[in-house]
Design a protein around this ligand. Structure first.
Ligand code: IPM
Ligand code: MG
Length: 354
């Protein structure tokens, strides 16, 4: 048996993970993987039940799982809680607790949706890239000070720290991924200003010696942000630190037309976690409006990376393409001339295509 821990979280997280489980059940009937599901809470939902956004029990259940499928957390209701009780804290608890050091965020422009892209179709045509973001280091986890007084003036600070092993670990994964992809790796940093970026670049260049077959280039993050909208098709694999990856992956996510379609994988040493890029969208929660495709495609990544079932992953990805090709659209990607469907119906259609 392969045990999957499902963490629906808050808002639309509940509905979209239920859809992804339905799709995985359909896949299991067809491919006989022996999937077993268990649910745990996180975020505001966990805070309401247990007084904490992530319980130790939930974390240890994840540690022992073959994979974790995560929905989304957050909502207005919990925005005024102290930082350590806020829903986002569950995300950091899982990232750090499971050692999820690499976040993979693919951006693909589906030909069927090219007109939903905010960019001109001729610019985004053929874009198919993957951002490999370092996820448990850098300024997100460095020492910080919320408030102190210096020379009678209040100030606050955060710290960007990267060690050689941390950079090596993410870089190695990025080179391996590039090798299996189209053989091109772009490392993004701010080495003209930041010391941590200069070390980053040095380690990436050292690692490159082990991968002569991969073509490597370096971009400063400001230029990378510009290149992503000027010519996204130039990229294959992008590797970068935690904060630059956070920013660039949102930018990349919309190139394809809808953030509702974008999956992600957070790879760890014990287990890995899969979640859509979008948030908990409390405004549309419970209304059968959410697009479950990002979560369903995340489930496909789980099959590919954690269970080594590229065949089953491919079956999901083609079912999504067929659903789009057949004209079915959830409200986020709907335009005139297409068939509008809700969260549940689109899931049934995807299942039928499997
Ligand atoms: C993401 C999100 C998180 C991050 C937030 C919710 C803390 O933006 O996963 O990209 O910044 O990492
Ligand atoms: Mg982000």
């Amino acid at each position: 048996m392969k045990k999957i821990i499902v963490i629906p979280g808050d808002g639309i997280g509940q509905e979209i993970t239920a859809c992804a489980v339905k799709v995985l059940e359909k896949i299991d009937q067809k491919f006989n993987i022996g999937l077993e599901f268990e649910t745990r809470d996180a975020g505001g939902t966990s805070y309401e039940k247990f007084g904490t956004p992530l319980t130790d029990e939930a974390l240890s259940a994840c540690k022992n799982a073959d994979g974790v499928l995560f929905g989304a957390v957050g909502g207005k209701k919990w925005d005024s809680l102290p930082v350590h009780l806020r829903p986002e804290k569950a995300i950091f608890g899982l990232r750090k607790g499971l050692g999820l050091f690499a976040n993979l965020r693919p951006t693909k422009v589906y030909p069927e949706l090219i007109n939903s892209s905010p960019l001109k179709p001729e610019l985004v045509k053929g874009a198919d890239l993957l951002i490999v973001r370092e996820l448990v280091g850098g300024i997100y986890f460095g020492p910080r000070c919320e408030s102190e007084t210096k020379d009678g003036v209040e100030q606050a600070w955060d710290t960007e720290i990267y060690s050689v092993p941390e950079i090596e670990r993410i870089t190695k994964l990025a080179f391996e991924t590039a090798k299996k992809s189209r053989g091109k790796l772009t490392s993004v940093d701010k080495a003209n200003v930041l010391a941590a970026s200069r070390l980053w670049r040095k380690v990436v260049n050292d690692m490159a010696k082990n991968y002569p077959e991969v073509e490597l280039n370096h971009l400063y993050v400001d230029n990378a942000a510009m290149q992503l909208v000027l010519n996204p098709a130039q990229f294959d694999i992008i590797v970068t630190n935690n904060i630059f990856g956070d920013i660039l992956s949102d930018e990349a996510a919309v190139i394809g037309g809808s953030i509702g379609l974008m999956p992600s994988a957070s790879i760890g040493e014990l287990t890995s976690l899969y979640e859509p890029i979008h948030g908990s969208a409390p405004d549309i929660s419970g209304k059968d409006k959410a697009n479950p495709m990002g979560t369903i495609l995340s489930a496909a990544m789980l099959l590919r990376y954690s269970l080594n079932r590229a065949d089953a992953a491919q079956a999901i990805e083609s079912a999504i393409e067929k659903t789009l090709d057949d004209g079915w659209r959830t409200p986020d990607i709907f335009s005139d001339g297409f068939k509008k469907v809700g969260t549940n119906r689109v899931t049934e259609i995807i299942c039928d295509f499997i």
